[in-house]
Design a protein around this ligand. Structure first.
Ligand SMILES: *Cc1c(COP(=O)(O)O)cnc(C)c1O
Length: 430
C-alpha cells in the first residue's frame, strides 16, 4: 500500500516512509492510496474472531509490504493486551471503554502501535530516530509509555509548565530511559510552535532524524479503526442501525472510524461531539471552516481550535459537503452541560464518566432525540480518575486510584526546563 500527500505535491511513499516522515515534505497529511474492503462474511462472523485476528485482518493490507506477517501479529499481540468492554447504559445506548491500557486513555493503542512499528524499522539500523511531540496532557503519557525502552528510538516530549494535571505530568516525567520530558515555560501552543519549527530547522536537518507521534502519523491514526470493529463484535442488539458518538479534538479517532465504515463495516452515522472548541460543529452548520485559537475546558484533551485530521475526513467524502453531512453530525457542549451529563449518567445508570466521555454522551443524546430508532455507542476515551478533581467534585464521591496510576504516584518527576526554541535545538543536537 502506498500513501499520498493530501497536498498532492510530494512523492507517494510506503507505509514505512509515511511513518518515518510523519508528515509529507509538502506539508500534507498522508492518506492510503486505496481503502481495502473487508468481506461481508468478516462482519457476519466477527463474534467468532479474537481481537487479535480482527486487528490483523484489518491492518494487514496497509502494512504488509513493510511489516512481515509474523512481526505484525507479534506487534498486535503486545499492543492489544487489554480489554475494550462495551458497557450498556440503557436500552439504546452503550459506551465503549477505551481506557484500560497503561496510561488509561485511548491513545495507548495508536502510540504503542507506532512505537513498535518504528522499533521494527530501526531495529538493525545504525541510525537513531527521535520522536518529538508536544502534549497538552494525554498524548505525552501514551507516547512515553508506548516508546519506553524501544531500541533505536529517543523520545522528547514538550509540555506546558503548570498546565497539565499532576497525574498527566507523572506519566511523562517518571519513566527515564529513552524518554526525556522538557517542561516549557509557556502554553501548549508555544510547545507546538517549537515542535513545528524543529521539523523545518535547517540547523537540524541531516543531523537529527525527527518524526512526530501525534495523530497525523499514519501509524497512530489507522489502528484507531480497531475500536469500532471491536465494538461491532460485542454488539448484541440486532436490527437497529448503529451510530457512533466520538468525543473529538483533533478528529483522528473519528476519522479512523470512518475508514472502518469505508472498509465495509455497517454504520449509519457518526457524531463528532466537542466541547466549546466548536470549529467543526460550526462548519457543519455553515459550510465555512473558520479555525480559532483554543479555549481551555474541563475536557482538555479536546481543546483544539484547528483539528488536524479534519482534512482527512473531508477527503474521505470527496471534499463534498453534502456527502459529508449524510455521514456526520457535530455538536458542541459547554463545561456546565458536561458536568450535568456526568451527574445524569451517574444518577440514571450508575456510570462514572470522565468529561470527554460525557461530551460524547451528550452528542449521542442530541442525535437520538431526532433518530430514536438507532442504537448508539459513545466512546469513553479516558478513565475518570485522570480527571479526578472535576469528576469527584461534580459527583461528590471519592475516586480510588487504579494500579497503573498508583504505581507512579511516588516516583520522582524529572524534567528539563526550557523557555525558547534555541534551547530545544541545542538539546536535540547533543
Ligand atoms: C486525545 C483525546 C481525545 C480527542 O481525540 P482526537 O482523536 O484528537 O479527536 C478525546 N478524549 C481524550 C481523553 C483524549 O485523550
Amino acid at each position: 500500500m502506498n500513501f499520498y500527500s493530501l497536498h498532492k505535491n510530494a512523492p507517494k511513499v510506503s507505509f514505512k516512509e509515511a511513518v518515518i516522515n510523519g508528515i509529507a515534505p509538502d506539508g500534507g497529511l498522508y492518506f492510503p492510496e486505496q481503502i481495502p474492503q473487508l468481506p461481508a462474511s468478516f462482519f457476519d462472523d466477527i463474534q467468532d474472531l479474537s481481537n487479535l485476528e480482527i486487528a490483523y485482518r484489518a491492518l494487514k493490507p496497509y502494512v504488509k509490504e513493510d511489516i512481515p506477517e509474523a512481526i505484525l501479529r507479534e506487534i498486535l499481540e503486545e499492543v492489544l493486551d487489554f480489554d475494550f468492554p462495551l458497557v450498556p447504559i440503557n436500552e439504546n445506548v452503550s459506551t465503549l471503554e477505551l481506557f484500560h491500557g497503561p496510561t488509561m486513555a485511548f491513545k495507548d493503542v495508536g502510540a504503542r502501535f507506532m512505537a513498535r512499528s518504528l522499533g521494527y524499522f530501526f531495529k538493525n539500523s545504525e541510525e537513531k530516530v527521535t520522536v518529538l511531540v508536544a502534549t497538552s496532557g494525554d498524548t505525552g503519557g501514551a507516547v512515553a509509555n508506548g516508546f519506553l525502552g524501544v531500541a533505536g528510538v529517543e523520545v522528547v516530549i514538550l509540555y506546558p509548565s503548570g498546565k497539565v494535571s499532576d497525574i498527566q505530568e507523572r506519566q511523562l516525567t517518571t519513566l527515564g530511559q529513552n524518554i526525556t520530558a522538557l517542561q516549557v515555560n509557556g502554553t501548549f501552543d508555544d510547545c507546538q510552535r517549537m515542535v513545528k519549527r524543529a521539523f523545518v530547522d535547517p540547523g537540524l536537518q541531516g543531523k537529527v532524524q525527527l518524526t512526530s507521534a501525534n495523530s497525523i502519523n499514519v501509524a497512530r491514526w489507522l489502528p484507531q479503526m480497531l475500536y469500532y470493529l471491536f465494538a461491532y463484535k460485542h454488539l448484541k442488539v440486532k436490527g437497529k442501525e448503529l451510530v457512533f458518538s466520538v468525543p473529538s479534538g483533533n478528529f483522528g479517532n473519528i476519522c479512523a472510524g470512518m475508514i472502518a465504515q469505508r472498509m465495509g463495516m455497517p454504520v449509519r452515522h457518526f457524531i463528532a461531539s466537542t466541547n466549546v472548541n466548536d470549529t467543526v460543529p460550526k462548519y457543519m452548520q455553515t459550510a465555512m471552516y473558520d479555525p480559532k485559537p483554543s479555549t481551555a475546558t474541563i475536557s482538555n484533551a479536546m481543546d483544539v481550535g484547528d483539528p488536524s485530521n479534519f482534512i482527512r475526513i473531508q477527503h474521505i467524502y470527496n471534499d463534498d459537503f453534502s456527502q459529508l453531512k449524510e455521514h456526520l453530525s457535530s455538536y458542541s457542549f459547554s463545561d456546565k452541560e458536561t458536568k450535568e451529563a456526568i451527574k445524569i449518567l451517574y444518577a440514571k445508570a450508575g456510570y462514572i464518566a470522565d468529561p470527554h466521555g460525557a461530551v460524547g454522551y451528550l452528542g449521542l443524546r442530541k442525535y437520538q432525540k431526532k433518530h430514536p430508532e438507532t442504537y448508539g455507542i459513545f466512546l469513553e476515551t479516558a478513565h475518570p480518575v485522570k480527571f479526578m478533581d472535576v469528576v469527584s467534585s461534580t459527583l461528590n464521591i471519592p475516586l480510588s486510584l487504579p494500579p497503573q496510576i498508583e504505581k507512579i504516584m511516588h516516583r520522582k518527576k524529572v524534567s528539563i526546563g526550557i523557555s525558547k526554541y534555541e534551547e530545544l535545538a541545542k538539546f536535540l543536537l547533543k
